[in-house]
Design a protein. Structure first.
Length: 392
């Protein structure tokens, strides 16, 4: 048996079969290049589904994490730690939001946002204004409540009863939003529906929805679990939409490979949650926060401009490839539409054989390279993608 076969066999025997894994066992990597257990080389256009924002084993991130790990790995939120406060200050100063709650993953961050929105409305209006609207085709997580908030029927099965109080509106239909707003405390949206197919939500609709929410004192929650932390070419995607959310959630790229998420609160919501209202054991972990301080600190104007440039470079190259019908997305969050009836999962499999790791997003091939991907790595990965597409 090969080294990869041994790893896969052990996994199959002892790890719950909840993932449809591809037959690759990755053992090491640097920036956007990684290797499997048998020495196979790949260009990674997935960054761990948007997590490895600085790629594999970034030296600055490593130094920050190791330095903190040598001092204090955990203490709990009963006490203060320096990295937690530093990261919160950075996030607030870069966004104009006022307070931060740290969690471990995107679904947990969205749960925190939902709890905050309902408490805000309960405190101000009483218990009969607890509904939350989300967009059709959205994805907000895999807990029972965040599945309930997800606007895709395929996820609403098996785990009954689902959490009550959620309804769905069509992106772009401001009339439907207004018609369903009775008894609603919040609208939760993704600005680019990632798992829904890398679908940007119309900017004018978002602005009108934000204005309507302000008029009706309905909180606007923006789910930036995938779009946040430089992924779209600004620190947060909402900054390109000209809106001021009441709550922003983020995860994935903020940790750079360690579990970390955040709920950012605006003026209305900064003081809604008090002691005992919400908590999590590992939230604000000093090691994860120390790494995130390095990540946020690196994302200056030059860095973010390069993310946009790299995204345009990928678009221009990919649009000339066989069987490509179009591209969607922003920055380094891109979706490739396929023509000729080709399935996205088949392209991902073909990509592996050519030495590039890709993702799917429904019928599209999704690209989420590390934000630090080099020009040479881009060219190598795109050449492998083109070979994969040419095989159909």
């Amino acid at each position: 048996m090969s080294n990869s076969d041994i790893i896969r066999a052990r996994d199959s025997e002892y790890v719950a079969h909840t993932y449809g894994r591809f037959p690759v066992a990755i053992t090491e990597g640097k920036n956007a290049v990684c290797f499997d257990a048998d020495g196979g080389r790949y260009i990674d256009f997935t960054s761990g589904i948007g997590v490895n924002s600085l790629g594999f084993c970034d030296e600055g991130w490593q130094r920050a994490v190791i330095a903190q790990l040598s001092k204090l790995q955990h203490i709990s939120n009963l006490y203060y730690t320096e990295p937690c406060g530093r990261l919160a200050e950075l996030l607030c100063s870069r966004t104009g939001l006022k307070k931060v709650f740290f969690a471990n993953g995107g679904a947990e961050a969205n749960e925190g946002a939902i709890k905050c929105a309902r408490k805000y409305s309960f405190d101000k209006y009483g218990p009969d204004r607890s509904g939350i609207l989300t967009l059709k085709n959205s994805f907000h997580g895999r807990t029972v409540t965040t599945l309930s908030a997800t606007g895709q029927d395929v996820f609403h099965n098996y785990f009954f009863p689902f959490t009550e109080g959620f309804d769905f509106v069509t992106p772009g239909d401001i009339g439907e939003l207004k018609a369903k707003s009775e008894g609603v405390c919040a609208l939760m949206i993704e600005l680019i529906q990632g798992e829904g197919g890398v679908v940007p939500v119309d900017r004018e609709y978002v602005k009108k929805a934000a204005e309507f929410c302000r008029e009706k004192d309905i909180l606007l929650i923006v789910d930036e679990v995938q779009t946040g932390v430089g992924r779209t070419g600004s620190l947060f995607c909402f900054q390109q939409y000209g809106i001021a959310p009441d709550i922003v959630t983020t995860a994935k790229g903020i940790g750079g490979g360690l579990p970390l998420a955040a709920v950012l609160f605006g003026e209305k919501t900064a003081e809604v949650l008090g002691p005992g209202d919400h908590a999590t054991t590992f939230g604000g972990n000093p090691v994860a926060c120390a790494g995130a301080v390095e990540i946020i600190g690196r994302m200056d104007d030059k860095f973010l401009a390069e993310v946009l440039e790299k995204g345009e470079y990928i678009k221009n190259k990919a649009l000339k490839m066989p069987h490509v019908g179009g591209l969607s997305g922003m920055g380094l969050m891109l979706g490739i539409s396929l023509s000729d009836g080709i399935k996205s999962a088949d392209v991902v499999r073909a990509g592996i054989s050519q030495g590039v790791l890709l993702l799917t997003a429904k019928e599209k091939v999704r690209l989420l390279p590390p934000l630090t991907v080099t020009c040479a790595e881009l060219d190598e990965g795109l050449a492998a993608l083109e070979k994969a597409l040419a095989g159909f």
